[in-house]
Design a protein around this ligand. Structure first.
Ligand code: SF4
Length: 158
């Protein structure tokens, strides 16, 4: 919901904590999730993510969430879908050059980052190119699977 974007950036710190809490709870529940099967969980998880993240961040469900690095502002709302900072056309009033009625998502991202400690750090992380094959899939489940794989790799190399 567009009207929620600035609110979410203003409350980026609390929302980031909440978001991280959800991810960490899911990570703890990973053995159970694996037992049920990620494929079976994909649809219900995506439905929950679509509603909650759609309401709070106008999330476009790209499946590769960067909210924690972008001040809780979804970069997929940028008409050019730029994931690493603003284009050169941001208007002097902070509005988007393509959609003059919309705040540039990167202006909102910067404001959100100022509300998240450590200030100005995560926004400097260079995001990989968007993989459009992941659109419409659960970013939460992907994160859990990724962390589990990393842990298994680390255990195997010990
Ligand atoms: S002004 Fe901001 S939101 Fe608009 S196209 Fe450029 S980077 Fe994207």
């Amino acid at each position: 919901m567009y009207s929620m974007r600035r609110w979410s950036a203003k409350h980026a710190n609390k929302l980031h904590h909440l978001y991280s809490g959800v991810e960490s709870t899911l990570y703890k529940a990973a053995p159970l999730l694996e037992k049920i099967g990620y494929d079976k969980l994909e649809k219900p998880f995506m439905a929950v993510e679509k509603v909650t993240k759609g309401l709070l961040f106008d999330s476009q469900s790209c499946g590769q969430c960067t909210l924690g690095s972008t001040g809780m502002s979804c970069p997929m709302n940028c008409p050019k879908t730029i994931r690493n900072g603003p284009c050169g056309g941001v208007r002097p009033n902070g509005k988007c050059e393509v959609k003059p009625d919309m705040d540039c998502v990167w202006v909102v991202a910067w404001e959100g980052t100022q509300n998240m400690p450590p200030k100005e750090q995560a926004i400097h992380i260079v995001q990989p190119a968007l993989d459009s094959r992941k659109k419409g899939t659960s970013a939460w489940l992907r994160e859990v699977r990724l962390k589990r794989q990393e842990k298994a790799k680390a255990n195997a190399s010990q």
